[in-house]
Design a protein around this ligand. Structure first.
Ligand code: AMP
Length: 463
């Protein structure tokens, strides 16, 4: 996952990009960067860390120019290193060009090997650079022609922002895995991963960029161009489940509303379960629990205090650290829990680390029973399209039966939301085309290449 934000024709382009990226911080916390078009010369500032650690007043001041693109990174391919921080900017026969990417290009290894054989020198190890090398070789009359020629060579998931002097281009893959939204602020256009970034930057939402569509913004005007026919849409349902901010509209639906509805669906699926209170694992679990409480009539209570300063347990390099961070992150509120039967809701169960830890904590605080309800189906397969999931072997639902998972996390009961309920809650009536491959293990055509790529990576890491 990553977040991207771009703005055109605005004297505060860098500052508004800062606001946009700050709002998208939940999508990536490893690195951040902004590139601007300073009178026809691209300048950029990238760094490791959070948006407010990477930028100071001075750095923003130096990023002059009326067009800008920016990026927050959460690596799924390529290591966590400054050389992979984006926007990537380079100079080639195309002139100066910068790119910001959210997604995962599943045939990047193969394309990269071919390009390297014919002399290409890559400056990063991320998959995003491939498109710039392809574009430098197979050129058209304009940058948009060049991209239209080369984007169809990429498989997998991408929402791209490109910037050259005088021009910003946004493009979304033909399946629409990753989100990209268009907004307006006065005369300025905004392109962003999520609607919340457009609104916090003061803009209004215009529409989603269509799968297979490219928008070219230059001279204050926006043109739309199709570079590929839209395929059967397979937008990532995990955006709704976990990644997107609740104040965003993702895949056509308010994230908050979809999560509230999922909570109600869970309550319907568990209609015979009795409990004293329902609670959510903060932050994402809270709204599910509120939906559950409304539907079931079981009162909602805050059972945990979340410490917001711990960083992310999920991406810690080893299990012990993940458990320690999870321990620091969530502290149970004893008075609420003692002697009670608690229905506890989390968005997902991946390795089982979080649930195991919090169930143990609830029991230690005297909970009578803990019923764990997960707001999505079991994750049985890795994501090859831009979400950071561990290997199949680390996915608990791939390894253990429901009963064994229940025992592993120490709950008195465990329930996962069914896939039909998830899809029903996330889409509206005529729009239910999602990628659910992490729940089914069924990928569309381009995933074969992905699995091979990942196997190579895993094998390489073992040497
Ligand atoms: P685990 O503790 O491994 O079972 O992971 C599940 C927890 O991590 C849930 O509380 C989710 O909110 C969170 N989570 C799920 N998927 C991701 C992801 N791709 N990146 C970061 N956090 C995640």
């Amino acid at each position: 996952m990553c977040g991207i934000f771009g703005i055109t024709d605005n004297k505060n382009a860098a500052r508004l990009s800062y606001v946009g990226l700050f709002t998208l911080q939940h999508r990536g916390q490893e690195s951040a960067g902004i590139a601007t078009d300073d009178h026809g010369r691209l300048v950029s500032h990238n760094g490791m860390g959070l948006v407010n650690e990477v930028f100071t007043n001075d750095t923003l001041e130096r990023l002059e120019g009326r067009n800008a693109i920016g990026h927050v990174r959460y690596s799924t391919t390529g290591s966590s290193h400054i050389k992979n921080a984006q926007p990537l900017a380079l100079t080639s026969c195309l002139g100066e060009v910068a790119v910001a990417h959210n997604g995962n290009i599943t045939n990047a290894d193969r394309l990269k090997a071919g390009l390297q054989k014919s002399g290409a020198i890559f400056q990063s190890s991320s998959d995003s650079e491939v498109i710039l090398h392809l574009a430098a070789r197979y050129r058209g009359r304009t940058l948009e022609d060049t991209l239209a020629k080369n984007l169809p060579k990429l498989s997998g998931a991408y929402a791209f922002l490109f910037m050259t002097p005088g021009k910003v281009i946004g493009a979304r893959d033909p399946y629409g895995y990753r989100p990209l939204v268009l907004g307006k602020l006065g005369r300025s256009y905004i392109l962003a991963s999520e609607t919340c970034a457009i609104e916090v930057a003061g803009g209004t939402i215009v529409r989603e960029i269509e799968p297979g569509e490219m928008v070219v913004i230059s001279g204050g005007k926006l043109r739309s161009k199709r570079f590929a026919p839209a395929k059967k849409r397979t937008r990532c349902v995990f955006e709704q489940v976990y990644f997107a901010r609740p104040d965003s509209v993702a895949v056509g639906r308010s994230v908050q509303t979809a999560r509230y509805e999922i909570g109600a669906m869970l309550a319907r699926e568990l209609k015979d379960v009795k409990a004293d209170l329902v609670s959510g694992v903060p932050d994402s679990g809270t709204v599910y629990a509120l939906g559950y409480a409304k539907e079931s009539g079981i009162p909602y209570q805050t059972a945990f205090m979340r410490n917001h300063y711990t960083g992310r347990s999920f991406i810690q390099p080893d299990q012990k650290l993940r458990e320690f961070t999870a321990h620091l992150k969530l502290a149970p509120i004893r008075d609420v829990i003692k002697g009670r039967t608690v229905i506890l809701i989390d968005d997902s169960l991946v390795r089982g680390t979080t649930s195991r830890k919090i169930v143990k904590n609830l029991k230690r605080c005297g909970a009578k029973k803990v019923i764990m309800a997960i707001a999505s189906p079991p994750i049985v397969s890795p994501c090859y399209f831009g979400i950071d999931t561990p290997t199949k072997g680390e996915l608990i639902a791939n390894q253990l039966s429901l009963e064994k998972i229940r025992r592993f996390i120490g709950a008195d009961a465990l329930h996962y939301l069914s896939l039909p309920s998830l899809i029903e809650a996330c889409g509206d009536h005529n729009d239910r085309d999602f990628c659910v491959s992490c729940f089914t293990g069924k990928y569309n055509a381009c995933a074969g290449a992905a699995s091979k790529g990942y196997a190579h990576q895993a094998a390489m890491e073992a040497l």
